[in-house]
Design a protein around this ligand. Sequence first.
Ligand code: UT7
Length: 329
Amino acid sequence: MGNPISLPSILMVGVGGCLPARLVSNDELAKTVDTSDEWIQQRTGIKQRYLVEDERTSDLAVGAARQALKHAGLSADDIDIIVLATTTPNDTFPSTASVVQKDLGAFNAFAFDIQAVCAGFVYALGVAESLLKTGQGKRALVIGAESFSKLLDWDDRTTCVLFGDGAGAVILEAGAPVDDWGVLSSVLHTDGRYRDILYVDGGPSETGTVGHVRMKGPDVFKHAVEKLSSALDEALTKADKTPDEIDWLVPHQANLRIINGMQKKLGLDPQKVVRTVSEHANTSAASIPLALNTAVRDGRIQSGHVLAFEAIGGGLSWGASIVRFGRPS
Ligand code: UT7
């Protein structure tokens, strides 16, 4: 069942996003990387990305969080929990979430980071939902924030053209139980045996360096379509929904071909899919909330709509969730 009636409904009541100031087109990249706008667009759908200069991951997260709080009509004092998904924290510690807590002045909240790479947002959503359902707080700020460009090897054209930086945030609120509202299901999976197809070749324990992203793109591609569609099927079943009840698929934005493959597998109307990969590229944990924010701001997504989220990334880690967005009137 979507939401057992005895537990609170975990409503999604605010959304925000933040991008760094510097916009980099494919043509600009092609001046320093052996690639072309044509190759990048044909293989991925990406036209441009935003890259950090002076901004830190926490700055992007704070920008997204402020917008989400405003959208929800709340202040920083109203937040009890901050869960921030990132692969690119400001520092190894303390958590970037604790920096965000300080910068927002959200001193009633406990705060921590989650690391599930590109699946980070669906993981953070699932964890925050569980914390709220078990009464650990009333409202959670859930953020996906990345300065992913800091992990790129600019001499490796097979990865450096694919990613961008940014942050997105949502506010979750535990409300009176209302059937079929809020987070209806959450499904999370990991298979550590696939570590070698997507990883960073550095880290405090192994090398003492930050490292760079390494990816066997075609291998990840094959896992993506198969694992995302089975996770989404599982999430739909758990939410007691069928694909035709989805108003909007808001997928992880890694590659337009993967997104369109998912849309076809689900038998969804192409108009019901939010696509921002062409503008933002792959922003890892930020990609879903940034896409959500785009479609909420432009009026496509409205209160009461059923949303489907899905994402896969390094680990491999993947997951999906179904949410009826907004507050019941
Ligand atoms: O967010 C985490 C999850 N990540 C993903 O979901 C990514 C999944 N994978 C993908 O999206 C795709 O596999 C890529 C976009 C990474 C690559 O696309 P592909 O169609 O699988 O291309 P490929 O890796 O098979 O490469 C095809 C050709 C190769 O040349 P040859 O060997 O056929 O001569 C590459 O060397 O394209 C070449 N190539 C490039 N050419 C121009 C690779 N990167 C580039 C580039 N510019 N940037």
